[in-house]
Design a protein around this ligand. Structure first.
Ligand code: F6P
Length: 496
């Protein structure tokens, strides 16, 4: 078991005192990587805390585990697999990188063929998938595809038929390309949605609906068995985890909708962050410093949640993307060798979009009793076409919130008093394009990895989601005995 005593003994100085004591605090706790400025100066990290985390990282062999991940070793021990998402960006062992390149070439060739009209006229792209097979492509398309007019893209994940109905109202089946994204090609929700899209096409007279399907999967045989022609199956490696898969063929709707050049930029931005993560010393390493701050708050200050707020409408899906990435990766209770972790693991990730969130949940952040490390994500370059007042207000609000959380304000009336000393970090992108978004997402991936290694857990499995899935299947099959409450709910809904 790792020794956390030095970390647990870290003092909790006031943020404003830290600034007063060190005129160079800002320089010491901020850095610039891949078009993103990172500022942790308004967190309680100190040089002493960073040194303690560096010692823990050494004891936990972070550098060795990082090299093992990039080197293609089976660091996903419970599933006995390598972790290959960085190979998708060209950073990994040569064999994984070569395979990823080969799969990317296939994807590019299919995109070229679609653009040349091989599948007839395509106006709409309907992507069905769930979890990692939806959240990543959805974030990319929503963030970067706003002025793209080539295709109208919809990403449907929910098994609730309302989600597909909404798309059927808008899309013409004659001109729709169905993209079925599933690593396993067995996920109940995705397969039901895919079958319903095929029925909708058939009912509307599309002669060969399966001829308009592209499959994105690590189980190509299953896709072929389901009815997709092998030439339209875009594989990716088993070693690419679902929540790490937007770099692989799962990113197809983004590559198709935004163009191949943008997809390559996305990969290159991520590769730049990979190189930074691999080569920079830990006290100058963005993912490592962010993870140290995460662990300071979960382990020393017992924070149970953390809240990223995107001060940019284009990044409105980032908080839900991060929820899966962080909570599915590090929401674990046992170590890599199967023993109880014995300390809190991932914080609960929640968050929202600024400025909306300020008028909804920031009350609790400023005056509530929970300690919530806040993260502001903003973009310097204005993208909207309105007067500069909007962007100015947006950014000033983000920065002012961080200042208010830290300094607080005393008033004689306790209800009007702000205690302050509430931590926040800021990620400020020069611009939001495929490259900076790639770097941003890769930063979060590596931050999750550092958290996992220091906690001694495997960030790359997700057995926690299996039990509920199995029970839903058993309920569907009937003949399963449940507790009285569940039995009653099934009966009341007429599902027995
Ligand atoms: O239920 C969790 C999960 O396994 C995620 O990890 C994954 O991203 C999602 O389901 C979808 O799985 P698949 O891509 O195999 O359909």
């Amino acid at each position: 078991m790792a020794d956390w005593s030095a970390i647990e003994a870290l003092p909790s100085p006031k943020l404003t005192d830290l600034f007063d004591a060190d005129p160079n605090r800002l320089a010491g706790f901020s850095l610039d990587v891949a078009g993103i400025h990172f500022d942790w100066s308004k967190t309680h990290l100190t040089k002493e805390a960073v040194a303690a985390f560096e010692a823990l990282a050494k004891a936990q062999n972070l550098a060795g585990k990082r090299d093992a991940m990039f080197g293609g070793e089976h660091v996903n021990v419970t599933e006995d697999r390598p972790v290959e998402h960085t190979a998708e960006r060209g950073e990994g062992n040569p064999e994984s990188v070569a395979r990823a390149r080969h799969y990317h070439e296939r994807m590019r060739a299919l995109i070229d063929a679609i653009e040349a009209g091989a599948l007839g006229e395509i106006r709409h792209v309907l992507h069905v998938g769930i979890g990692g097979s939806a959240l990543g492509p959805h974030l990319l398309v929503d963030a970067l595809g706003r002025d793209e007019e080539r295709y109208e893209v919809a990403i449907v994940s929910n098994v609730d038929g309302v989600a597909l109905d909404d798309v059927f109202d808008r899309f013409d089946p004659e001109f729709t390309l169905l993209v079925v994204a599933s690593k396993t090609f067995t996920t109940t929700e995705t397969m039901l949605n895919a079958n319903s899209v095929i029925s909708w096409m058939t009912e509307h007279g599309v002669e060969d609906p399966y001829g308009r399907v592209v499959a994105l999967t690590a189980s190509p045989d299953k896709a072929v068995e389901w009815g997709v022609d092998e030439t339209r199956v875009l594989p990716f490696s088993e070693g690419v985890g679902g929540r790490y898969s937007l770099w692989s063929s799962i990113g197809f709707p983004a590559a198709l909708g935004l163009g191949w050049a943008a997809f390559e930029e996305l990969l290159e931005g991520a590769a730049e962050m990979d190189r930074h993560f691999r080569l920079a010393a830990l006290h100058e390493n963005a993912p490592a410093l962010a993870a140290f701050a995460d662990l300071y708050y979960t382990q020393v200050r017992h924070a149970e949640t953390r809240a990223p707020f995107a001060y940019d409408e284009r990044l409105r899906l980032l908080p839900s993307y991060l929820q899966q990435l962080e909570m599915e990766s590090n929401g674990k209770g046992v170590t890599v060798d199967g023993r109880p972790v014995g300390r809190p693991t991932a914080a609960i990730t929640w968050g929202g979009v600024g400025t909306d969130a300020q008028h909804a949940v920031f009350q609790l952040l400023h005056q509530g009793t929970h300690l919530v490390p806040v993260e502001f994500i903003a973009v310097i370059e204005q993208w909207d076409t309105l007067s500069e007042d909007h962007h100015r207000q947006l950014l000033l609000n983000a920065f002012a919130q961080g200042a208010a959380l830290m300094t607080g304000r005393h008033a004689d009336d306790p209800a009007r008093s702000y205690t302050g000393d509430r931590p926040s970090s800021t990620l400020l992108l020069d611009t939001l394009d495929a490259r900076t978004l790639g770097a941003l997402i890769a930063f979060y991936e590596h931050r999750v990895f550092v958290n996992g290694v220091l906690l001694g857990i495997n960030s790359f499995d997700q057995f926690g989601v299996e039990l509920g899935k199995e029970m839903a299947k058993a309920a569907d099959a009937g003949g399963q005995t449940f507790d009285p409450s569940t039995t009653d709910l099934i009966r009341r809904a007429g599902l027995d």
